[in-house]
Design a protein around this ligand. Structure first.
Ligand SMILES: [Zn+2]
Length: 334
């Protein structure tokens, strides 16, 4: 079964929902505007070079100890909806604790180079415009410093896909509706859990060896005239049986066979970062197992609600639904 107007296979597990903003554009003919990884890296480097370092010395009044200036740098400084930004903190060497938030989401910092870093997920439906951030540092002597500012979230133009499908593929009976709701609640509970150890290292790798760059992240889908929740992953068309590999080091947090996603694997990379692999034909790993980047975890299939064999690959950072392609461009070396 192929949907009308679609070039390749896709997932159909977006539940009915309201769009949070006015629909952009008219739909047909628009395509996802994803940049290739090379361009993404160049853009990241350009942003890094242009980023303004905000060095502000916030010493408590009367303190006789000169602390290094606390600097915060956000790369990219003006992330788009669905981006994964990196928040770098300098001047906090030897700190007992570094914590903070951006856009109301907690940041999980880890030591990086001479300083600290945290991934900040910008949800695909984050409100464009200025959003506050706050960084708090407790130094080795127990003294606290804080820095506040704001970042600008840029709107991104997402494609609109209008699909016409047989009613039985779209309308659910009450029992199936309840099952689907309890399954998505289970996934939400998983994403709420931020395990304290950072398991991922270095670059994120593509989960399938196909040529295509993945389609449909953020697509607003209108199925049989009814708006659905935005599509929160990338669909990679591939033949059934194509190996699926872990995008980075992690722990298998969930193996399940759910109604919409079908056979799925969720990898916990630590600090609230998860990657999801759905519509699988086969799973080769067990819950609790540690996997390395590039290690096979299963095979492409069409399980669950899918129009044909493809991998639905998604990522969440502290419950923000982010573009997995943005993960491939995270500018961290280890
Ligand atoms: Zn999908």
């Amino acid at each position: 079964m192929r949907p009308s107007g679609a070039a390749s296979h896709l997932s159909l597990f977006e539940r009915p929902g309201e769009f949070s903003r006015t629909l952009p554009g008219t739909g047909r003919g628009e395509s996802p505007r994803l940049r290739p990884a090379g361009a993404y890296h160049r853009r990241m480097r350009a942003w890094a070079a242009a980023a303004v370092v905000l060095g502000v010395l916030l010493l408590a009044a009367g303190s006789a100890v000169a602390a290094a200036a606390l600097g915060v740098r956000i790369v990219p400084p003006a992330p788009r909806q669905g981006d994964v930004a990196v928040v770098f903190v300098a001047g906090a060497q030897g700190a007992r604790q570094v914590e903070g938030s951006l856009g109301g989401r907690a940041l999980a910092f880890f030591p990086y180079g001479e300083g600290w870093a945290a991934l900040a997920g910008i949800d695909l439906e984050a409100r464009p415009g200025k959003t506050p951030w706050r960084i708090g540092v407790v130094d080795a002597g127990g003294q606290g410093r804080q820095l506040r500012g704001s970042a600008t979230i840029r709107a991104r133009r997402f494609p609109v896909q209008r699909l016409t499908l047989p009613g039985h593929m779209v309308d659910l009976d009450p029992e199936t509706e309840r099952r689907a709701e309890s399954e998505s609640a289970r996934l939400r509970t998983l994403y709420e859990t931020a395990t304290p150890e950072r398991l991922w290292r270095g670059r994120f790798t593509r989960p399938v060896g196909t040529e295509g760059k993945g389609e449909g992240f953020g697509a607003r889908r209108i199925i049989n005239g009814q708006p659905r929740m935005p599509h929160s992953g990338l669909d990679f068309s591939a033949e059934r049986g194509t190996p699926v590999v872990a995008a980075n080091r992690g722990r298998v947090a969930l193996v399940a066979d759910f109604f919409f996603p079908g056979l799925l694997v969720a990898l916990d990379h630590g600090l609230g970062l998860y990657t999801l692999y759905m519509h699988l034909d086969r799973v080769d790993v067990a819950e609790g197992a540690r996997v390395e980047r590039g290690e096979p975890i299963g095979a492409v299939g069409a399980s669950g609600r899918a129009t044909g064999p493809h991998l639905h690959f998604a990522a969440q950072v502290r419950q923000a639904r982010v573009d997995p392609a943005a993960l491939f461009g995270v500018p961290l070396g280890d």
